[in-house]
Structure formats: structure tokens, C-alpha cells
Design a protein around this ligand. Structure first.
Ligand SMILES: NC(=O)c1ccc[n+]([C@@H]2O[C@H](COP(=O)([O-])OP(=O)(O)OC[C@H]3O[C@@H](n4cnc5c(N)ncnc54)[C@H](OP(=O)(O)O)[C@@H]3O)[C@@H](O)[C@H]2O)c1
Length: 298
């Protein structure tokens, strides 16, 4: 292995409250990039020197080396940045599928999301910008909010708002200058998701993919009746079960070409040597860090 991030789902898996749990004892980590050192005589898809990422969750990427079957891995170009390769197989895939699969959006349409500084959120901003979509990005307020706003705007975010700003009465006029979003992406749940629903266009869809606030999604009855909003969920592991390995590979290559064109960069990261994993695990669970912890093995 070369590098592997610590994502919230890795923590959930360790806590035993994730939709997929490995047999114990197990190695943590679901995402990452490795380099092939040697292959068996019947392996044709990868060769020594190639960079590979996990084809599925549960591989156990927080380690220095392992023997895997060819089907467990997908080759990626080794000329993309290491941090991009290490963070490719989960969050950007989730962002891309949610933008493509729920509403037929056209360039100029808008999308609203919360936890916009998350790994998924940063990928949503960049992929949406590459598709010509306009984004309204909600984040939690913090002392250095301007710094975060500037960073997300540099990625292509059109608007960055705090949860408090989104609740303000003045938001009524916000969508006079841009189309009301038909797609909302919910990483948080609780009040934050209720607010996203308030700003969705009639008939629009809110896709829930994360539950960072550990609170249920509450939708007002009137929003459902008078706006006919759709509440959907997305889980990348389920998408992979419903699609072929070739379709997943195609998705990865689409994202690699966005990376190659400079339209998709890795989330803000802090690299931590694997032996300091305790420090990285602690940092990964702190609020307002805005930096993904990446364990490095090389
Ligand atoms: N369904 C799927 O297939 C799928 C795929 C990928 C990821 N996910 C899920 O998506 C979520 C984000 O993953 P990630 O890797 O992008 O995360 P990440 O980079 O670690 O970012 C975590 C985000 O959650 C926010 N957050 C943390 N605690 C919060 C709280 N109590 N209330 C509101 N916001 C809070 C953080 O905001 P602050 O900066 O304000 O702390 C940050 O924006 C996770 O729940 C993960 O499991 C789901």
C-alpha cells in the first residue's frame, strides 16, 4: 500500500454500525492506493509497478502490504497525484453517481448540498462545475469561515452559506437570480436536511448519503404534499452490487480523466505516517478540521 485515507465509514465500521462488516479479525480502511509488487502466473489485468485501488469496500487498506485477488483491485493511471488515487474509490464515485442518477440536470441547473467541505462535498463541487452545474454549498459556521469559503469557491463553488444563513428569511429572494435546485445532497440529516428540503424546487429530489449529525431526516408534511418532494438514499456499495465491475471501472476512468484535466483534485488532506495512526484517527473524529487524514506507507 502507498496511501490510504481515514473516512467516517471506516470509523463506523470499527464501531460496528455500518451496513457492511468484515469478519474479525480484520484490517481497517476501505479506500487507498497500492502498487503491484508481483503477480501470479495467471494474472493478466495488472503487472508489477501498476497502481491499484480497491474494487469494493472491506479490503482493509491500512496496512503496508497484502496479497489480493486480481478481481479485488482496479488499475489506475500512476500519473495522477497520489492523494487523488488514494481518495478515488469512494467519495468522488459517490458524488458523480448522485449528480447523474437521480435528476436529469442540464448545464445551468443548480444543486444544493450540506457538509460541503466533506470529501464527498468537495468532489460534488468540482464535478458539478465540470458539468456546468451551479452549486449552493452549506457548511457549519466556524471562526475561519472566510478561509473555508474561499477554498470551496476556488474549487468551483458558486455560493457558500452557513447553516444559519440558510435559515434566514432573506433566503426567500436567493433563488430569484438562479434556478431553484431540483437536487439536494444530504450528508448530515436533522435540521440541516429539513432546511435543504425547504429550498428544493417542486418535484425535486433530496438524496441522503450520510448521517453526520446522527439525527433523522425530518420533512415537513406541507413540503411533501404541496411540493411533491422525493426523498431517496444512495449507497455506493449497493450501486456496485447493481452494476458490473466493468461499469465501476468505467466510472473510475471517467473520474481519472477529470483528474487528468485538472477538474477534480483530492480533498484537502493531511498526510500522516502509518505508525502515527492513533494521532490520525483522533484528528479524523474532530469537528471543523476540514482536512482528510491520509495514512502514508511509502
Ligand atoms: N452512501 C455512500 O455511498 C457514501 C459514500 C461516501 C461517503 N458517505 C458518507 O458521507 C459522509 C461524509 O464522508 P466524507 O468522507 O466525505 O467525510 P469527511 O471528509 O470526513 O467530512 C465529514 C463532514 O461531516 C461534517 N460533520 C461532521 N460532524 C457533523 C455534525 N455533527 N453535523 C454536521 N456536519 C458534521 C464535517 O463538517 P465540519 O467541518 O463542520 O466538522 C465535514 O463536512 C459520511 O457520513 C460517509 O459515511 C457515504
Amino acid at each position: 500500500m502507498l496511501a490510504a485515507p481515514i473516512n467516517p465509514s471506516d470509523i463506523n465500521m470499527i464501531q460496528g454500525n455500518y451496513g457492511l462488516l468484515p469478519k474479525l479479525p480484520a484490517v481497517g480502511g476501505n479506500e487507498g492506493v497500492g502498487q503491484v509488487v508481483a503477480v501470479g502466473s495467471s494474472v493478466t489485468g495488472v503487472k508489477p509497478g501498476d497502481w491499484v485501488i480497491p474494487a469494493n469496500a472491506g479490503l482493509g487498506t491500512w496496512r503496508t502490504e497484502a496479497v489480493f485477488s486480481e478481481e479485488a483491485l482496479i488499475g489506475v493511471p500512476s500519473d495522477i497525484p497520489l492523494q487523488s488515487a488514494a481518495t478515488l474509490s469512494v467519495n468522488p464515485c459517490t458524488a458523480y453517481r448522485m449528480l447523474m442518477d437521480f435528476e436529469q440536470l442540464q448545464p445551468g441547473d443548480s444543486v444544493i448540498q450540506n457538509a460541503s467541505n466533506s470529501g464527498v462535498g468537495q468532489a460534488v463541487i468540482q464535478i458539478a462545475a465540470a458539468l456546468g452545474l451551479r452549486t449552493v454549498n452549506v457548511v457549519r459556521d466556524r471562526p475561519d469561515i472566510q478561509k473555508l469559503t474561499d477554498r470551496l469557491k476556488s474549487l468551483g463553488a458558486e455560493h457558500v452559506l452557513t447553516e444559519e444563513e440558510l435559515r434566514k428569511h432573506e433566503m426567500k429572494n436567493f433563488f430569484k437570480d438562479m434556478p431553484q435546485p431540483r437536487l439536494a445532497l444530504n450528508c448530515v440529516g436533522g435540521k440541516s436536511s429539513t432546511e435543504l428540503l425547504r429550498h428544493l424546487a417542486p418535484g425535486g429530489t433530496m438524496v441522503t448519503y450520510g448521517g453526520m449529525a446522527k439525527q433523522p431526516v425530518i420533512a415537513s408534511v406541507s413540503q411533501l404534499i404541496f411540493k411533491d418532494l422525493k426523498l431517496r438514499g444512495f449507497w455506493l456499495s449497493q450501486w456496485k452490487k447493481d452494476h458490473s465491475p466493468a461499469q465501476f471501472k468505467e466510472l473510475i476512468l471517467t473520474l481519472c480523466s477529470l483528474i487528468g484535466r485538472g477538474q477534480l483534485t483530492a480533498p484537502a488532506c493531511s498526510e500522516v505516517p502509518l505508525q502515527d495512526y492513533q494521532r490520525a484517527l483522533e484528528a479524523s473524529m474532530q469537528p471543523f478540521v476540514s482536512s482528510k487524514q491520509i495514512l502514508t506507507m511509502c
